[in-house]
Design a protein around this ligand. Structure first.
Ligand code: F0G
Length: 426
């Protein structure tokens, strides 16, 4: 067996760069992606290798990212910046299945990662690589989750972190994490797209390593959402994987994960990807309806701050993911997203608003006959309930008239009679 090697390849023009080349774009403007040599096991032997690492007591295989290291970053060895992360549950909840009109719906809950979102899977790889490069500081633009994750992993790696976030448009739980983990937090008077442009423009002058999702090492980590759910289903591919879509990093990395899982013999059938955008922030869905003839940029509007993005970065890579998996792109209204969220929350699962787009999108696609009612669907929940406490209070306590699932707290005097009166009402 030869030593595993990796390189970076421009997704646009195919130009090849060394694995340790720190640039994030090719001279042609294209984004880079990693290619790993297939030097060892494939097919059943590779499945057995990954299965054998489950339940490791110590070391990098405790992580649900590094368990798949041959497909993530084979050259990293054991010296990785890991919390550990991943190993998130794959759940079935009858109430959610019934609401979506599905029969075989699974929820992959990425909110169970250490900082409460899927971003940790990318950050463990991103910070591991930043350290290999000798970076002295790391930075990102963020709607909150990326910055929170960056903060925790930068702390683990002992590096200073900087985040550009849109002022007044970051959910409370995320803003608190940024501050608590010691991130130098810049509240930019503009939207996420402005933050993203500013972060990229300033990275050269500031000499910081950018860990936005255009960073190809982050996407390698995010692939393990797919690898792990396939493993949890005993390597039997579902018919659909449904994912909320904002900056399109996940959509892109899911496509890459699935193509590689097929090429490396882990699965024999390719699931279809359904990317779901908020109706008011849906440039990718708009373009999909035109056969991806041109790129769109919109003024984003949605209650789901995580995916309030008008000019997504991983565009071309995501187009390829949709095309290669015979995927679809759809939209959901804020009202449908919040209804799905209330249901997911009341089922005891809980998620942040953007995450519920996957379940609301599943319902829409089943109603439209695009997803067959009997097909197996995995909907990805991207972030934890506690990320956005304000959206919960708004829905349950403040919205007038009360939405169907509103759970209004009841104020009483400290008297048994008041308790009895309330309980009798049910
Ligand atoms: N769900 C959540 C909870 C997110 O935080 C994000 C993105 C997405 C979905 C969309 O994923 O960008 O890969 O299409 N959050 C980024 C951030 C933009 O800065 O935290 P995507």
């Amino acid at each position: 067996m030869s030593v595993a090697a990796s390189r970076q390849v421009c997704a646009e023009c195919g130009r090849v760069f060394a694995e340790i080349d720190p640039r994030l774009r090719c001279e042609c403007g294209g984004l880079l992606e990693l290619r790993h040599d297939q030097t060892g096991e494939t097919g059943a032997a590779l499945r057995a290798l990954f299965d054998g690492r489950r339940g490791a007591a110590h070391g990098p295989f405790l992580s649900g990212v590094w368990r798949y290291r041959e497909m993530v970053l084979p050259t990293a060895g054991d010296d990785v910046v890991t919390y550990p992360e991943g190993n998130t549950p794959l759940l079935r909840r009858p109430a959610v299945t019934a609401w979506a009109g599905a029969t075989d719906l699974w929820l992959k809950h990425e909110g169970h990662n250490p900082t409460g979102s899927f971003k940790d899977r990318g950050m463990t790889v991103g910070l591991t690589h930043a350290r290999r490069l000798g970076a002295t500081a790391v930075a990102c633009a963020s709607t909150g989750n990326t910055g929170a994750s960056l903060g925790a992993y930068a702390a683990l790696a002992g590096l200073p972190a900087l985040a550009f976030v849109p002022k007044g448009r970051v959910a409370l739980g995320k803003l608190m994490q940024l501050v608590a983990y010691g991130v130098r937090t810049l509240l930019v008077r503009g939207d996420f797209d402005a933050c993203q442009e500013l972060a990229h423009a300033s990275s050269a002058q500031l000499g910081v390593y950018i860990l936005n999702s255009i960073n190809p090492f982050r996407l390698e980590g995010q692939k393990t959402i797919v690898l792990e759910l396939l493993q949890q289903l005993d390597w039997k591919a579902p018919d659909w994987i449904v994912v909320p879509a904002g900056n399109l990093g996940n959509t892109a990395s899911f496509g890459k994960a699935l193509a590689e899982a097929r090429d490396w013999g882990l699965i024999s059938k390719l699931p279809r990807i359904a990317a779901v955008q908020a109706e008011g922030a849906a440039p990718f869905a708009l373009s999909y309806r035109e056969g991806f003839a041109r790129r769109h940029r919109v003024e984003p509007r949605t209650v789901a701050t995580a995916i309030r993005i008008g000019n997504p970065a991983s565009w071309e890579r995501a187009v390829r993911a949709i095309r290669e998996t015979d995927g679809v792109v759809t939209t959901v209204t804020d009202a449908d997203m919040l209804e799905a969220k209330a249901l997911i929350d009341a089922a005891g699962v809980g998620c942040e608003p953007a995450s519920a787009a996957s379940v609301a999108g599943t319902r829409r696609l089943i109603r439209e006959g695009i997803i067959g009612a009997g097909e197996r669907v995995v909907a990805v929940l991207t972030g934890h309930l506690l990320k956005d406490p304000e959206s919960v209070t708004r829905y349950h306590q403040e919205t007038e008239p009360a939405p169907p699932g509103a759970n209004r707290p009841i104020e009483i005097e400290p008297r048994l009679a008041d308790v009895e009166r309330v309980l009798r009402k049910r």
